[in-house]
Design a protein around this ligand. Structure first.
Ligand SMILES: *Cc1c(COP(=O)(O)O)cnc(C)c1O
Length: 404
């Protein structure tokens, strides 16, 4: 047999990625997270963070993490079933269940793992998954890994979803509908009332990924379920401790039966080490702050609405009035529909998005270009924080306008 380097394809593959302007590299930031950060040595206003409430750099979370480390050490030393857990772990789960108004909750090592672990535990080869086309990678890969038959429906298209259910539901044992609640790369919301109605009509389980909604949506900051008035309904709520809660880890909240089952059957929970004491304590403190300081959410929504308003006033209306022809040098900005802190400007291609992203950084604004394969169309993604000052938001739109 002719011998060749079995790794040679790697370089070729990377070259292809470069050519398509799909190449990614990590940027280094210094100091604490916040509305202003030091990126590769330069101060920038940060519109690239999921730390919606500004808690990741909060003194109280830091103090809680230090205290927990001093009391319990750095590591959890093993899986919780095998090595035991701290009272802190259980306290966090009870706090999550109370925030979500569910019977119980279980904490995973990450939101990604919570989705993989839950989906694979709930369905298998005899079952059907219906999945929104724009779902997060963790939902899609969880679905694949489960071995269930997966059908993707067009983004938020409940008519199409219903057609699939009518045609397919009776051919399978269990059926699970999975969706982001706030879509992570678009910022719009899933049609929860319609999804819940279909799930009930066709005896399907419904799993909602509240990663970007927890701490952000709803009167109490509980998420999209609360926003739509669906608290108390039997919905599987997955989420992360790493976004508005400023820590690290994931969770599933739902009925006692569901959580008890997951503790016994979710390999992504059983065979992995428990959350570190520091992360656990920080998340627990974040939930308390979320409940005690609703003004953080008020600030966040004021900022979101302010940004939307000036984008329309200063950028969108100007483009329309000047009837400017869009070119790749001077793209017209289209704001994607959003009901969350995530606002996206759609752009014609990857290279335009990359160029605009870099121009923004040069002017002191950090708002990343999101490109395929993460999303079908390239865009600049802006995430608003409660701790942004109005002047910082104004600076973003002024600079965007000047670049264009
Ligand atoms: C970020 C995110 C996750 C993953 O959460 P991690 O805790 O960061 O692993 C899962 N789902 C959605 C929709 C997300 O945006």
């Amino acid at each position: 047999m002719h011998c060749y380097d079995p790794y040679a394809w790697l370089e070729k593959s990377l070259t292809t990625i470069h050519r398509a302007d799909w190449y990614r590299a990590v940027k280094t930031i210094a100091g604490r997270p916040g509305a202003k950060i030091i990126l590769d040595g330069h101060e920038v206003i940060n519109f690239a963070s999921n730390d919606y409430l500004g808690l990741a750099g909060d003194e109280r979370l830091i103090a809680a993490a230090i205290a927990a480390t001093q009391e319990y050490g750095t590591g959890s030393t093993g899986s919780r079933l095998l090595s035991g857990h701290r009272k802190l772990h259980r306290d966090l789960e009870i706090a999550i269940a109370s925030l979500k108004e569910t019977e119980d909750a279980v904490v995973f090592s990450s939101g990604y793992l919570a989705n993989l672990g839950t989906i694979t535990a709930l369905v298998g080869t005899r079952d059907l998954i219906l999945s929104d086309q724009y779902n997060h990678s963790s939902l899609k890969n969880g679905a694949k890994l489960s071995g269930a038959n997966v059908i993707e429906y067009s983004h938020c298209n409940v008519t199409e979803l219903k057609t699939h259910l009518v045609e397919q539901r009776q051919l399978y044992r269990r059926c699970l509908i999975i969706t982001d609640s706030v879509f992570s790369m678009d910022g719009d919301l899933c049609p929860l009332p319609e999804l819940f109605e279909l799930a009930t009509e066709f005896s399907c389980m419904l799993l909602l990924d509240e990663a970007h909604a927890t701490g952000v949506l709803g009167e109490r900051g509980s998420g999209c379920v609360e926003h739509f008035g669906y608290s108390g309904k039997n919905i599987i709520q997955v989420g992360t401790l790493s976004k508005a809660l400023g820590s690290l880890g994931g969770y599933v909240a739902g009925s006692n039966l569901l959580i008890d089952f997951l503790r016994n059957r979710a390999p992504g929970w059983i065979y992995t080490t428990g959350l570190s004491p520091a992360d656990t304590a920080a998340a627990l403190t974040a939930i308390k702050i979320l409940q005690q300081e609703p003004e953080r959410r008020t600030n966040l929504w004021n900022n979101i609405n302010f940004l939307k308003e000036i984008i329309v006033k200063q950028i969108i209306s100007q483009q329309t009035s000047s009837k400017q022809i869009a070119t790749s040098e001077q793209p017209n900005l289209k704001l994607l529909p959003s009901n969350s802190p995530i606002l996206c400007f759609q752009l014609p291609n990857s290279s335009t998005a990359l160029k605009l992203g870099q121009q923004l950084i040069d002017k002191g604004i950090f708002a990343p270009a999101i490109r395929p394969p993460t999303v079908p169309t390239s865009r600049i993604r802006i995430s608003v924080m409660a701790t942004h000052e109005l002047s910082q938001i104004q600076k973003l739109t002024t600079i965007l306008k000047n670049i264009l």
